[in-house]
Design a protein around this ligand. Structure first.
Ligand SMILES: [Zn+2]
Length: 466
């Protein structure tokens, strides 16, 4: 077999079907897909990645890229009697209202760079900054969405721009002037702008696409919600929505509709295999059954959820019911999707005083728990954002990353516990190469534009915060 050098990679091992296989290479075709995974013996010309393991790229299912600007700037007690998600939200809003379109690009590029450096190859961006700070739309009402997409493409990540619908502050709640940048009052305006954004992307070989994201039951009235979900279903688009993040959101929903958010979504027929509920913390076992019957997904964001004091995602309940769980970095307090993966298990360990809670009881394989958590960070994320892929199987996009087998955080692992070492212990500095669609975006732990991206972000932060 004579393979072109630029599209063949050979590492010490690669991860496929729940285990590491040694002496196998990846051949990429000229469309950026995996054409074959031949044994090393059949490969004559290859990019040799020495002391490396190759793994499918991580998929970050829930991100608000601009929130990178408030990292480290909300970790103190405010003058409120009690600090919570709601007091944090006020601080986040005041930063959101000070960003120009260029700032949105610079902040997003910083967040996406950090994602790429940690092995992420695709992101679902839950984008709700639409208008100018006073609520007037820009001449191009998708200007800010396009800035975020441009940032992802310049870094080299695939992006599902999950365009957010936001119409009100809440049930029987006065408008909040801090939300003026998010508001699009009726579904026709929203769908018109969504359609415009989609056609502006054209056919970009699957590196950027759109989805529908009603912000929450709180922010979108029911008729509006039904109309945009129906549209997404006819167009086969992913649908993402914040669900049951905070107890107050659940009680407001019960007050307005007499039922919880998940029960409302089910009775209105809005759950489907295209639907992802983000967070889904404060729910009952009955609601988990509803999500399972509809084949809906959950996106957990445990690093953010613990930072905001949201609560613990009942992933044990989801797994028991067969609900697929993906992962998101959400507020960007820390960008490390493998940390999110291990927290799914760790938070339940702390809560229940047990270990190995999320493991499938029918298996005795040492890395079975890690494989399940890794699936959340890859396959489930891809399914949630409408990306075919998430594994290194032939025909999938050539999206993968490598880790240094000699990195201090995983050195000494053997093939049967390498995945557990990676999922539970990997330092981000062990990530060396990141390839998206056959194109290298990170080489030896660095991005080509890293200095410029960080420099611009430093200036932005100086201007915002002094
Ligand atoms: Zn969110």
């Amino acid at each position: 077999m004579n393979l072109p050098e630029k599209t063949t990679w050979l590492a010490d091992c690669f991860y496929l079907s729940g285990r590491f296989q040694a002496q196998v290479g990846i051949v990429g075709d000229d469309t950026g897909r995996i054409a074959a995974t031949p044994p090393a013996l059949e490969i004559t010309n290859a990019v040799k990645l020495k002391n490396r393991a190759m793994l499918p790229g991580l998929v970050n299912g829930h991100s608000h890229a601009f929130q990178r600007v408030i990292r480290g700037r909300t970790e103190y007690r405010t003058r409120n009697a009690k600090d919570s998600f709601w007091t944090w939200r006020e601080m986040m809003y005041s930063a959101a209202n000070r960003l120009s379109p260029e700032d949105v690009y610079d902040a997003s590029r910083m967040a996406f760079l950090e994602m790429a450096l940690s092995g992420v190859t695709a992101v679902g961006e839950f984008h709700y900054l639409h208008n100018q700070p006073d609520g007037t739309p820009y001449d191009d009402p998708n200007l800010l969405a396009k800035e975020v997409i441009r940032a992802a493409r310049d870094v080299g990540l695939r992006i599902a721009l999950l365009r957010v619908a936001y119409a009100r502050a809440g049930y029987q709640t006065d408008p909040n002037p801090q939300q003026a940048r998010f508001i699009e009052l009726d579904p026709e305006i929203y769908l018109d702008r969504l359609t415009q954004l989609r056609s502006s992307l054209g056919k970009m070989d699957g590196d950027a696409w759109v989805g529908v994201a009603p912000h929450s039951v709180r922010a979108v009235p029911l008729p509006y919600l039904k109309e945009i979900v129906a549209f997404a279903n006819t167009q086969i688009m992913p649908i993402h929505m914040h669900v049951a993040e905070q107890p107050a959101e659940v009680s407001a929903c019960i007050e307005e509709f007499g039922r919880s958010p998940v029960a409302l979504l089910e009775t209105e027929g809005l759950l489907s295999e295209r639907f992802t509920g983000v967070h889904v913390i404060h729910i009952t076992p009955k609601a988990a059954g509803m999500l399972a019957r509809a084949r809906a997904l959950v996106c957990a964001c445990p690093t953010t959820e613990r930072n905001l004091g949201d609560g613990i995602v009942p992933v044990d309940l989801f797994f028991k019911n067969g609900v697929r769980v993906s992962l998101g970095t959400d507020s960007q307090i820390q960008i490390d999707l493998l940390e999110d993966a291990r927290e799914l298990e760790y938070h339940l360990r702390l809560q229940k005083g047990e270990r190995a809670i999320l493991v499938d009881q029918n298996t005795e394989e040492q890395s079975a728990l890690a494989a399940r958590l890794f699936e959340c960070a890859t396959v489930n994320g891809a399914q949630s954002i409408g990306l075919p892929g998430g594994t290194l199987d032939k025909g999938n996009p050539a999206d993968f990353f490598t880790v240094d087998l000699n990195d201090a955080s995983i050195a000494g692992a053997s093939p049967d516990n390498l995945l557990s070492s990676i999922v539970f212990s990997l330092s981000k500095t062990a990530v060396k190469d990141v390839i998206v669609g056959g194109k290298k975006i990170i080489e030896d732990g660095r991005h080509n534009d890293q200095e410029e991206i960080v420099g611009k972000f430093n200036s932005l932060q100086k201007r915002l915060w002094g």
